[in-house]
Design a protein around this ligand. Sequence first.
Ligand code: ADP
Ligand code: MG
Length: 388
Amino acid sequence: MSLCTDVAATFTSRLGLSADGVWSAPGRVNLIGEHTDYNAGLCLPIALPQRTYVAARRRLDRRLRLWSGQADEPVDVQLDEVAPGHPGGWGSYVSGVLWALEEVGHPVGGLDLVVDSEVPVGAGLSSSAALECAVASAVADLFELDLTADDGGRAALAAVCVNAENTIAQAPTGGMDQAAAMRSREGHALLLDCRDGSVEHVPFEPETRGLALLVVDTRAEHSLVDGQYAERRASCEQAARELGVTSLREVPAEQLQEALTRLDDPVVRARTRHVVSEIARVEQSVEALRRWRIRELGEIFDASHASMRDDFEISCPELDLAVDTARAHGAVGARMTGGGFGGSAIALVPWGDEDEVGEAVVEAFEDAGFRTPRYFAVDASGPAGRDA
Ligand code: ADP
Ligand code: MG
């Protein structure tokens, strides 16, 4: 809770007035179901204990004044000047939320807002959605939009945040991150069906089964990431077109082999194999989780990593090394998570072995000459909301 108190204190010392309140939203890590969201598929994220906090005060005009503990420059922009690419930088993620709310007919206004966060930025743990969703919760409450009380309202807010990120921040994002931040439940993974936006809450408390979920932030940064994301999306759309379906979700796993024979391009074939098999692996994981068949879940994680490495080609040497090392040191299963080309990996490890496995990864990175990774164990935490 201390960051919550800190951000309120920072607000007061900057503005000489107290904030109307403090809101927060979590980062997320996806258990399984990668690059499935834009294929109308399934994914299974959990909300992280790490959160982004905002202290905010409503203004009577339409000016937005924004500060963040994670950004050097404050932002000062009129709401009516917010547009694709403007104000640019981190201010687009915040002001885009207000812009996107007005796009769907919710009148809002100016704000003074201070951000502080414990979600690692750019680690594939979705600091961007944590920021958007914390802001969306604040704005919804401050302007009395009646969108935070039930899952329908929260789903609408998540969609607003996706639009803010796509249109104003001009970053491609498929919808999983914002759903995880807005709609998760503590102690549960969120089974999100991206075809219709429906969710199910699947109990996920590894510690009750003698396990821990370890996140390894590889801190690997690779260029060309955006181009790669667009290329993968385009391949999936091409496959769907050639197969005569609206999305790859419409290809059942049992018909995958037959579908592959109808695709000429070997790369498009491999991309399709990943997406269709990954959606099936999400379903298998949910089954394994409901019965707590841990060994099975581990095998599914491993198969998912191989599929992303070999067929979707979104892994990188750091992610592969993190996954292989975790497994060699007792992880039941491990896989890269998030968009790829860097970011984080997850490993299900025996409870109590988190540091041993984490240190083994640190050592392996040192031997390989990679940047020192960070690691931490996480629980499935709660969604965006008001803290004070
Ligand atoms: P991630 O995987 O962390 O979501 P993104 O590239 O999608 O990575 O989003 C990171 C961007 O989001 C940052 O470059 C910054 O513009 C914005 N951002 C996220 N968290 C904060 C924060 N606490 N303060 C300011 N900007 C933030
Ligand atoms: Mg992001």
